[in-house]
Design a protein around this ligand. Sequence first.
Ligand code: FIX
Ligand code: ZN
Length: 391
Amino acid sequence: MDFKKLALQVTKIIDETPIADIHTHIYSEAFGDLLLWGIDELLTYHYLVAELFRYKPELDYEVYWSMPKQKQAELVWDELFVKNSPISESARGVVTVIDALGLDVSNKDLNKLRRYFAEIPLSQYIDKVFQLSNVKYVITTNDPFDAQEQLVWDKGANTDSRFKAALRIDGLFDPNCFANKNKALGTEFLKRWIEKIKPVYMAASLPPDFNIEDGGTKAKMILECILPAAREYNMPFAMMIGVKRAINPALRLAGDGVGKANVDTIAKLARDWPDVKFMVTMLSRENQHELCVTSRKFKNILVFGCWWFLNNPSIIREITTERIESLGLTMIPQHSDARVLDQLIYKWRHFRKIIAEVLTEKYFDLTNTGWPITEADIKRDVNRILGGQLL
Ligand code: FIX
Ligand code: ZN
């Protein structure tokens, strides 16, 4: 098989495969201003805010936070895009979006870019973003403790089938949360919200020192309420492990860090709850190989995504390659974690390029040993890992 011909074929199939984006923070129009979109939201994405302070260390955190959104965006634009090349993954992503929209990226005129977003109706722009990113649906992060979200769900919520729900329950781990005062309250709370929003899965982020055997609030809620509910509703529980929340509180949403976690606690959960499906993503690069190995040992662990600080091409390539080598087509290689609607365009455009390269190499190895790889094989494989079939 000619490598270049194979590469073109794999790339075309990946580009044409509609994506199921299984973890995002974007909302349908029904959620009002919870849906972030447009150039000013792209520029004030918390990844870029963290980078702004590295270019402009004299900038006071609270002075920045007191600025209107437009001024914040102008600062980011000036420092990361005008005075310096937008070469980081997050900055490059903004350029990818602007280019994909057919706008002129060379003029660096932020106000000219703003005019495009001011003139396009939101519903038309949502359609355009889904079309350009070729995403068939997103699963968002629905927080039952968010007052603004509660109002929308009480009114009847989302009717756009491109936006599916995930029940995010980090709030249950707050020692002051009413719903963890006893098992009955926690269970009632979960069932009420599962019935209300019909989530694809329940999810929680967990710190590096998460230990299911420590008897703390997290372990108690997981063992007494979350996993019994997951079993009863045959619903996956997604554990996103390794985040150190607010290591720099002054950065607010941008202030979280990362730590290596203990995979043994995942193995214990998978062993003790064999009929519950655990979706697992870990934030530390150092955890990835042991997560692959552990997932090989437990058929109820579904590894997913190159989460957050891992969502950089150099690490994505490494992680995706080792996952295909260890897990074959039994994992979900990526989610976008998009917080701004427009990011679907760049997060998937960037990832598609990488997985096309990785899959081409693996298919090429196969063909070199006489194994026939057909267009139908590639379509089947890509749709399995990126089309939502594994959920
Ligand atoms: O816990 C999460 O869902 C994380 O993805 C977010 O907290 C984080 O801010 C993020 O958006 C990372 O990409
Ligand atoms: Zn997220």
